[in-house]
Ligand binder design. Sequence first.
Ligand code: PGA
Length: 261
Amino acid sequence: MTTAKKPLVIGNWKMNLDYVEAVHLGQQLGVMLKNKPAEHTDIVVAPPFVDIRSVTSIVESERIPMDVGAQHVSAHDNGAHTGEVSISMLKRLNVQWVLVGHSERRSMYAMTDEVVAATLRTVAKNGVKVVLCVGEALSVREEDGQNEFISAQLHSALEGLDENYRELVTVAYEPIWAIGTGLTASTEQVGEMTSHIRSVLFKLSLSEARVLYGGSVNGDNASSLVAESNVDGFLVGGASLKADSFMTIIQSCDECYDGKR
Ligand code: PGA
């Protein structure tokens, strides 16, 4: 067993919600958090780029206790990179977290391990928190190769990371076969992988990093996952698009941290 860390729940809105819808969801979360504060849980939402300004404005003006993150960023600082967004642009909008290497970026937009490592360093050297996403495909798990696969992803992204940046790192384990499929990994599968990830992080001098699970997390499965899988929270896709289900997930983490582990 490792020491329990303060839970973290991140809503990855993916390519959903225009800025009007995003503001609406932000406001709903603000009201709910005022009525039922999550005292022991850090909360982040990661809207599409074009919604970020509106969401940060609401969060700041209404003092909603959550941070705003981005789903991706360029590995480059600036220049001729049509369609990309830089980390300094995000910092100007008070973005405090960036997801790096989400499996949808890796598989659909050719984000290689090298680009993941370079992006992670770009984010970290700017003092912004990184959520490194790792996860194996179903074919890898069917051959029982998940531990080696995840070790390789972690080493490739984190080996040799400047020690000043270590406190900025969170790891999200998201098995590709569980993302958006309704097929959640079992508490045993998540527990085994969380322990494996923690042992790799220990060797990389990153034992303080939080380890999240993502993949079809919802209001029904969150409490057993957080209670039994030794995770420090969740990266939530579909269920973060509705205030009710996202709040249920946050509350599950909050209650679990509050004396139960
Ligand atoms: P999901 O997505 O919760 O919809 O499975 C998780 C993610 O991709 O971050």
